[in-house]
Design a protein around this ligand. Structure first.
Ligand SMILES: NC(=O)C1=CN([C@@H]2O[C@H](COP(=O)(O)OP(=O)(O)OC[C@H]3O[C@@H](n4cnc5c(N)ncnc54)[C@H](OP(=O)(O)O)[C@@H]3O)[C@@H](O)[C@H]2O)[C@@H](O)CC1
Ligand SMILES: [K+]
Length: 537
């Protein structure tokens, strides 16, 4: 599984490599700059033949150092290169300074000082279709908002360069924008844009076409606003070892969810060998959500799936299902009675359940100590008394809130995400989900394009439905119910709560991608067989 790094972890890996003597900082910087050039040529082969123009904006730290390497290497390839420096050359850190000096032997460095927006209006006279702008201003060292002049000055200009021709005010052709490591202004740990509070008016930001990062992706490339700022993200290897020790303990590490293993079924296995999931339905006229969840549980391979519904809803359900079974559960007591059957290995409560019914049925469900998914109404029902819910939860539970449900159970944590990100590292969705899991004492899966899964011991994973795995059609009514059913079905099959949440989130995105445009929630379970087949299940 790929690790997604924080800025501190990346620094620790680099420092460990440098201290061990296996590589110098200067060598790493050279490889970083070379990696950016390679990624640019690979992304835009049309730039390989001619003599394009590069505008390299260098910042005051090592991100700027990478910029000087890029400038030198492009110059060597015959590009026309224009270099700007924001900061005092005398104060550059040593490796950046060395590369500044090397570039100075080849060409000038234009100062980029804080003298108001007009001072940074680069001369547009000879920008061409093959101009590439390199943002090497700030990378993982950004700890505070980029000051107003930067944002208003260069970012506005960049945005203008990027507008479609018919919308451009000036005569500039569109420019390709490459971010070195991170688009400047983005917090590496949270994917949030650092901004002063209140934000300066009329600020536009750097939106890159290509972001080239080093060794591994940072959390900021996949979380929150990151994907919309980064464009295509390419990881350039710079010869660093994984160095797990530099990453810290399990409570500091975040892995990216990858294709799950263990979904195949032995040829000889009986249906009971794959578990029996129980999905609790709402009342008459409200059974659709639970039926969706139940079908997903069955499709993901639970041996049997039963819907538990009140008497008045039985006819409605019976008319709609075939492979699913149906039992009556009018009240908490009746559900407790059903749960005396030890063959029921996992439960799902919440989709379409109704708040009153949720308050009645959730306690006996949790009392039964099975793998249990709580979603939707099963979470909202405890809005006024989250501690009461937390007191009943156990380690085999998975809560699957969307942002609104999360805010109902963890209002202070949701508030932390709402506060302006004025300094780095800013609070991230990973931070708050981890804290929520610790507080709840069970796995929490915070839904979104950047779904975060955390366990009470700090183990965390991120299912990035962004970039090449984007699944925008997943934002559709009922999709969340299907996810609950998938996680429940996987727990019925014996997956741990954490593994079921990760695998469920991954399959959910893949099913949406397999179906594609026009997707509605009903299509998700039907798209699963294709995804499972590709996994060799
Ligand atoms: N380490 C390695 O071996 C390798 C690192 N590599 C590269 O180095 C990058 C990290 O370099 P870095 O740590 O020097 O940080 P960087 O992003 O350049 O910025 C720090 C500077 O910016 C300043 N500053 C911060 N915020 C500011 C603001 N809002 N407005 C104005 N100034 C602000 C800050 O000033 P200070 O906070 O000290 O006052 C400091 O001067 C990394 O992203 C990668 O590209 C690669 O070469 C591979 C090998
Ligand atoms: K940058």
């Amino acid at each position: 599984m790929a690790e997604l790094l924080t800025a501190a972890q990346m620094r620790a890996i680099e420092e460990a490599a440098i201290t061990s003597g296996e590589v110098s900082g200067l060598e790493l910087m050279e490889r970083a700059g070379a990696g950016v050039v390679d990624a640019v040529l690979e992304t835009w082969p049309d730039l390989g033949g001619g003599a394009p123009k590069a505008v390299v904006l260098c910042g005051p730290g090592n991100n700027g150092g990478d910029g000087f390497v890029i400038a030198r290497r492009l110059h060597e390839r015959g590009w026309t290169v224009e270099v700007w420096l924001y900061g005092d050359p005398a104060r550059l850190p040593p490796d950046a300074r060395t590369n500044y000096e090397r570039w100075r032997e080849l060409g000038p460095v234009r100062p980029y000082r804080d003298e108001g927006p007009g001072a940074f209006w680069l001369e547009p006279s000879d920008y061409r279709e093959d101009t590439v702008l390199f943002d090497a201003l700030f990378g993982t060292g950004l700890t505070r908002p980029v000051e107003a002049f930067n944002a208003v000055g260069w970012a506005t200009q960049l945005s203008e360069w990027r507008l479609p021709e018919e919308m451009r005010r000036g005569a500039y052709p569109a420019v390709r924008v490459v971010a070195v490591d991170l688009p400047s202004g983005l917090c590496a740990d949270s994917g949030r844009r650092l901004q002063s509070d209140p934000p300066p008016g009329d600020v536009e930001e750097i939106v890159a076409d290509l972001t080239v990062t080093f060794h591994a992706r940072k959390l900021g490339h996949v979380l929150a606003e990151g994907p919309s700022f980064c464009g295509r993200v390419v990881v350039a290897p710079i010869g660093l070892e994984p160095r797990r020790r530099a990453l810290g303990g399990r409570e500091q590490r975040v892995t990216e969810v990858t294709a799950p293993a263990g979904l195949d079924k032995a040829a000889s296995a009986h249906k009971y060998a794959h578990g029996h999931a129980l999905v609790v339905s709402g009342g008459f006229g409200r059974t659709g959500a639970a039926r969706l969840a139940a079908r997903a549980a069955l499709r993901v391979g639970a041996g049997l799936v039963t819907l538990a519904a009140p008497g008045a809803a039985q006819m409605e359900i019976a008319g709609q299902i075939t492979a699913l079974m149906l039992r009556r559960a009018e009240s908490g007591d009746e559900l407790a009675g059903l749960l005396e059957d030890p063959r029921l290995t996992a439960l799902c409560l919440g989709p379409g359940l109704g708040l009153e019914r949720a308050r009645d049925l959730v306690p006996p469900a949790l009392e039964a100590s099975r793998g249990t998914v709580l979603d939707a109404d099963a979470l909202t029902a405890f809005e006024d008394a989250p501690e009461e819910l937390f007191g009943m939860l156990h380690e085999a539970c998975v809560l699957t809130p969307h942002a609104g449900e999360f805010a109902r159970l963890f209002p202070d944590l949701a508030e932390r995400l709402k506060q302006p990100a004025v300094s780095g590292p800013a609070a991230s969705r990973v931070d708050v989900t981890r804290e929520a899991a610790r507080r709840a004492g069970c796995v929490v899966l915070l839904k979104g394009p950047d779904t975060v899964i955390a366990a009470p011991d700090g183990q965390s994973a991120l299912n990035a439905g962004v970039g090449p795995r984007a699944a925008p059609w997943l934002a559709t009514a009922g999709a969340g119910d299907v996810l609950g059913g998938l996680v429940c079905g996987l727990m019925a099959r014996g997956f741990t709560a954490f593994d079921a949440a990760c695998a469920g989130a991954w399959l959910h995105v893949e099913a949406a991608r397999a179906f594609g445009p026009g997707l509605i929630a009903e299509d998700l379970p039907e798209a699963l067989p294709q995804v499972l087949r590709q996994l060799g299940a």
